[in-house]
Design a protein around this ligand. Structure first.
Ligand code: HEM
Length: 411
């Protein structure tokens, strides 16, 4: 296994992609080797590896838990808005997640008004019903749970939350895939077209909700007001796009990672069937052990020293959530999946002002989903076909294919 993230410029484009794919499939050996030396600067994007990218990009890797934790909390020093990849048009700018205060503060206050815990809780009985229906439709025998279950469920939930017909989820999935696919050949034009399609689609819905409100998140966004301020049209559309991207792939990967952890631990499956009070701990430990988001960017807004290393203003910084969650100084025996740890401080949903807005929804979906599997299947067995990790993006960690043999006790 290749234990480096840096790529030699002498590699061909195809070799670079292969090299990155190897890292994305199992980044943990690399983290283990690099963590103690970080912060360290490396070329994370050689020129040409992404269509539209004609220069290479360097970034500082932060992998120690303490460094990641402090960088996430120090948003004045580590900016989310100053991303050169966005400024160069390589990736479209997302609202909120790519904003700094004061814009972020205003925006977050307004969306907090609409995206409430109450709204998530109200959705739970419906999510339970859909989860059970989808499991029923999946049939029996060998099934790829990614295609049949962990992809459709989160898309259907977000569509419902936003007030959009669930039948349109293949289009939703295509939009979010195109957005996050960093390592496959998607042209800049294709990405732009994708974003334009999303803007046009959500624009129509927002206009309809302005005319006639409904009991959905888009109406709540249209109506949200804090101290006389409300969201502008482009902000609402930007937020809908963000939810589609931030809430889909992440939850799909969490659910697939949970099922994979459990198919490898049949005794734990039995224990969980007998004691459902452990379900939440299994979800939190999976979030730590196989973090659905492995890394995100910041840019140093001033000169700063991290673990004794000087990082200059304007430098890109890559914050490795996945590496921090396996730091032995914070989580003893980090490579073991254990239910007896203190999991309150894992960084899988981030920390500080950008802490994941959808964390309660992701946790609810994971809990409902795992309980539905436990209700239905006395055992969970791996399929004949191989489990395949996704390799389209180094940001996320999950499966492209996870075949399981499903034999039910009940219909
Ligand atoms: C297991 C599933 C999920 C994981 C691991 C996850 C992870 C994260 C992380 C790490 C951040 C912080 C980003 C940063 O610091 O730059 C974040 C932010 C965010 N997430 Fe999630 N997320 C998940 C599910 C969801 C869902 C279901 C939604 C919504 C439907 C959502 C919406 C958001 C939003 C809107 C932000 C931006 C918050 C801000 O910048 O103030 N996420 N998420």
């Amino acid at each position: 296994m290749e234990t480096s993230m840096e790529m030699s410029p002498s590699l061909t484009l195809e070799q670079m992609r292969e090299h990155l794919a190897t890292f994305v499939t199992d980044p943990y050996a690399v983290y283990q080797q690099m963590r103690e030396q970080t912060p360290t600067e490396f070329v994370f994007l050689p020129a040409g590896v992404i269509p539209g990218l004609d220069e290479s990009f360097k970034a500082w890797a932060l992998m120690k838990y303490a460094d990641v934790y402090h960088a996430l909390r120090d948003h004045d020093t580590f900016s989310s808005a100053r991303n050169p990849l966005i400024e160069k048009g390589i990736f479209p700018r997302l609202v909120l997640i790519a904003d700094d205060p004061p814009r972020h503060t205003r925006f977050r206050r307004l969306v907090n008004k609409a995206f409430t815990l109450r709204r998530v809780e109200a959705l739970e009985p419906w999510i339970t019903q859909v989860a059970n229906e989808q499991l029923y439709e999946m049939g029996r025998g060998e099934v790829d749970v990614v295609q049949s279950y962990t992809i459709p469920l989160p898309v259907t939930v977000i569509a419902r939350l936003l007030g959009i017909p669930g039948e349109e989820y293949p289009t939703f999935k295509r939009w979010s895939d195109t957005f996050i696919s960093a390592l496959v050949s998607i042209s800049l034009e294709e990405r732009m077209k994708n974003t334009q399609e999303m803007v046009a689609y959500f624009g129509q819905i927002a206009a309809a909700r302005r005319a006639h409100g409904a009991d959905d998140l888009i109406t709540a966004l249209v109506e949200a007001e804090v101290e006389g301020e409300s969201l502008e049209e482009w902000e609402i559309l930007g937020f809908c796009i963000l939810l589609l991207i931030a809430g889909n792939e992440t939850t799909t990967n969490l659910m697939s990672n949970i099922l994979n952890v459990l198919v490898e631990r049949p005794a734990l499956w039995q224990r969980l069937r007998e004691d459902r009070s452990l379900v939440e701990t299994v979800i939190e430990e999976t979030l730590r052990y196989e973090s659905p988001i492995q890394q995100l960017f910041r840019v140093a807004a001033r000169d700063v020293e991290v673990s004794g290393v000087k990082i200059a203003e304007g430098d890109m910084v890559m914050v490795f959530f996945g590496a921090a969650n396996r730091d032995p100084l914070e989580f003893p025996y980090p490579d073991e999946f254990r239910l007896d740890r203190d999991l309150r401080n894992h960084v899988s949903f981030g920390m500080g002002i950008h802490y994941c807005l959808g964390a309660p929804l992701a946790r609810a979906e994971a809990k409902i989903s795992l309980n539905a599997f436990l209700d239905r299947f006395p055992v969970l067995k791996p399929g004949q076909a191989p489990a395949v990790r996704q390799t389209v993006s180094p940001i996320v960690f999950g499966f492209q294919q996870l075949p399981l043999v499903l034999e039910s006790g009940r219909p």
